[in-house]
Write a protein that binds this ligand. Sequence first.
Ligand SMILES: *Cc1c(COP(=O)(O)O)cnc(C)c1O
Length: 406
Amino acid sequence: MSGESPDPSASRYDRHVIRSYAAPALTFVRGEGSRVWDAAGRRYLDFATGIAVNALGHSHPVWVRRVQEQAARLTHVSNLYRNEGQGALAEALARRCGPGRALFCNSGAEANEALLKLARLHGVRKSGQEGVCFGVVVAEKAFHGRTFGGMSATPQEKIQKGFRPLLTGFTAAPLNDLAAWDRAIDARTTAAVLIETIQGEGGVNPASSEFLRGVERLCRERNVLLMIDEIQCGVGRTGAFFAFERAGIRPDAIAMAKGLGGGFPIGAIWVAPPHDDLFTAGSHGTTFGGGALASAAALAVLEVIEKEGLLEKVTRQSAPWHERLRGLVALRPDLVSEVRGEGYMVGVILKCDPVPVCAALREAGLLTAPAGGVAVRLLPPLTASAEELAESVDVLTRVLRDWKPA
Ligand SMILES: *Cc1c(COP(=O)(O)O)cnc(C)c1O
């Protein structure tokens, strides 16, 4: 096949890139707004957005200008020095997060690594010694990344297989089952909990507000850090800047990445007082984190979210979109069990494997991402128009109407 491909880079890619990803179906060469074009010139509606990364769509003019200007002025100096952008970005995040401090890194997994190290330091402060209080309670079906810390916090066989022994101290409890978390959180040995407000990779599973408030209360009672992973659901995706805001909780620490850079790699954690002094000079670091170029990209994302009123837009446009998506259940009750999620993070939950359905949708011109073995996940850019949202439902309707389960 690759010999016939209109894309001469496909065979090079297939020969020389390590095969840790399923064989890619397509090569994309250009993007603009909610659209991407493949090497054969075909156009797609991109509701996978690099897995919730391209928050402003592709090549947003403000983002492009900011990145170009910064690249021409100063790209990198390391964290041995200040750069202007990192301070400005931390200040912009402070407006969303409240009191506290930011630490920057390069990816979601790295943000969670920083949270797990923070939890260890909290455990030492709490118990007065190392090796006693280091437990972390996580949710079943969670996904927190592919590093050793991230894998250890991800209670899924397909992620952990082949890489044991992992870090110890992790306990998994069912999402939204507060009684199970009450049993799992131990006042003496638990340092932190780590929760996605809406599980992404696990199949678009929202934590209920009541559950989040209950876990917050348990954490306060037992001096346990409440750490929220907003790497996928944060930075405006649900119509709130952070998805947890609907629950009215105040996390001790927040992890961000994906949408934060709008396509440029950056991760961050936000830590609230009194825990924002746990990391001290020399206790954590990274060469690239919060570099000048990455900070400029993230600042552009935050600027556009504000200037274009994207939170309001996502909130306003979600209700009619969700309503139409729910029509898919009526259309194919034998195939679609439910539509769930918030804002621009939605799962069409199937009674069959979503992978071939996502492939058929791609053939029909709509990019989506399968999740959790059950969901066709829709992650439009925050800039998506009402017409583009409607178009996604039209494509789903066409493909699902005629779908014959294998
Ligand atoms: C994607 C993701 C991660 C890992 O982020 P990477 O940038 O791929 O390392 C962690 N947590 C959640 C909730 C994610 O969706």
